[in-house]
Write a protein that binds this ligand. Sequence first.
Ligand SMILES: [Zn+2]
Ligand SMILES: [Zn+2]
Length: 395
Amino acid sequence: MQQHDVLDRARGIQDWIVDLRRRLHRHPELMYEEVETSRLVRETLDQLDIPYRANVAVTGVVATLGRGEPCVALRADMDALPIHEEADIDFRSEIDGKMHACGHDCHTAMLLGAAKLLKQNESELVGTVKLVFQPAEEGGAGGRRMREEGVLENPKVQRIFGLHVWPLSPIGTIVSRAGAFLAATGEFEIVVHGKGGHAALPHMTIDPVTTAAKIVTELQTIVSRELDPLDSGVISVTTIHGGAAFNVIPQDVKLQGTIRALTMESLQYLEQRVTEIAQQLAAANRCTAQVEIVGNSYPPTVNDEHLWQLAREAGADLLGADNVLESPPIMGGEDFSFYTEVIPGCFVGVGVLNPDIGAIHSVHHPKFKVDENALPIGSALHVSLALRSLAELSG
Ligand SMILES: [Zn+2]
Ligand SMILES: [Zn+2]
């Protein structure tokens, strides 16, 4: 397949890709419940006569094109978010309280588009292209589970690419960087235990509300006073729950929040300091604090320098060099990092920002909307990354 006509060929199947994307968009499914999504992926692969392994990490699907080594993987995530959609589109989510607000419907459709294009020239592939459709990116560490279930083996995957729709960058661009692109992320829960009682008799109680307030404030000095100013970190307390009446001091107050850093070492340091400060500040105020690092901590998404260079070249061929953008690191997390922890990879943003059609909101926003002209760009980029990689690895 000629590299230069990949985008034309992707645009030639744009309606097919968009139709898949809209069907997925209407029926969002949350982590590890991507049953219908997985079915649509499998049915489409059946139509394209592409073999696959199903039920990997519950709902994941791994398809293969070509044969033997070298082997390159392309990854899409399939899960939606518990958000009620408010976007002004006529294929809005048909399920109350669930929405494809992170564009994973686009990612799945773009990868199926790439599958269709690669299949047309399968005989020319030197090696294997693995198509990884994974569940549970949004907090469920689906990538780690796919990895643990052998997705990177047989044949051994030498490099992996993932794309994400990118509302910070205009339609017609791609964006990423070498090194740490997205953050390591962790989640915490703190329960401050005091002694409840009448609000008019504070001396008879041990007040968990004032103690929780001090903890919230004190946690803000970890990043500002303890982390190297040239390193990056975030600690955000995002929920506070305690008490039910204006004249009662409650027994407990619960806090939740998130921690972000650009290295696993910094993330672990911040997690340790959140724990120590909450426990010791509680003790200083006669309370106790139970601290838990909950959920799945994600490693940072670190792009291989050479692979970002390769993606830059692919992007320049498809869209022109001016439309390949460099990004600073972003403190969002992404479980593509579970693959790049063990093999070289590159995660690339595909611009979807277009104020003319109201595609201006960030991911995870109820009005999040993409310019669908990005879909064939994503499919073409997938194809180009796979072909360039196989050529390089077999050469
Ligand atoms: Zn997301
Ligand atoms: Zn996402």
